[in-house]
Design a protein around this ligand. Structure first.
Ligand code: ZN
Length: 170
């Protein structure tokens, strides 16, 4: 017991680890997706097999750790989110994995979220894949829309990604 422990009269085991899982345990076949191969080229299998994921109990979607480049996924989102959204998010996050490998600053606060070059690049890949899948601009816009993004931000992002917005329908 440390001094502090005995002072408080309790014992706290301070050896918590973040438990992570293999990406490939939960996501299979992404190494065959053309756009993923374009990202990692001959390293595709190696990158995906080394990628770890951490499940978060918090609400949200997915993100990449700025510390070691692992994927953080809301368990609730993975289990209950729209499958197409999840697929496109994985593509988006794999772009961040590559950016992390290249030493890029993922959360550059000099930019707002929708203008940050790392975000725009990640969205570009996701939108390209969405178009490959035949998704309409309306559906892509729906994918981009999140509850924490203002209409103005959404418009800004959509413009950066060349997504047509049918103003009359909104
Ligand atoms: Zn992102």
């Amino acid at each position: 017991m440390t001094h502090m422990d005995s002072f408080l009269g309790v014992k706290i085991s301070r050896n918590a680890h973040t438990s992570t899982h293999r990406f490939t345990e939960y996501f299979q076949g992404f190494e065959q997706v053309e756009i993923v191969r374009r990202l990692f080229d001959v390293q595709t299998e190696e990158v995906l097999s080394n990628l770890r994921i951490e499940f978060s109990g918090r609400r949200g979607y997915m993100g990449v750790s700025n510390n070691d480049g692992h994927l953080i996924i809301s368990a609730q989102y993975l289990n209950h989110g729209d499958i197409l959204d999840i697929y496109l998010d994985v593509i988006h996050e794999l772009v961040h994995v590559k950016q992390f490998m290249e030493g890029k600053e993922l959360f550059d606060q000099h930019y707002s979220y929708v203008e940050r070059p790392t975000e725009v690049e990640a969205y570009r890949y996701a939108v390209e894949e969405a178009r490959n899948l035949g998704l309409s601009d309306d559906r892509i816009l729906e994918y981009l829309k999140t509850e924490w993004m203002s209409d103005e931000d959404l418009l800004c992002l959509a413009q950066a990604l060349n997504i047509k917005i049918d103003v009359s329908a909104r």
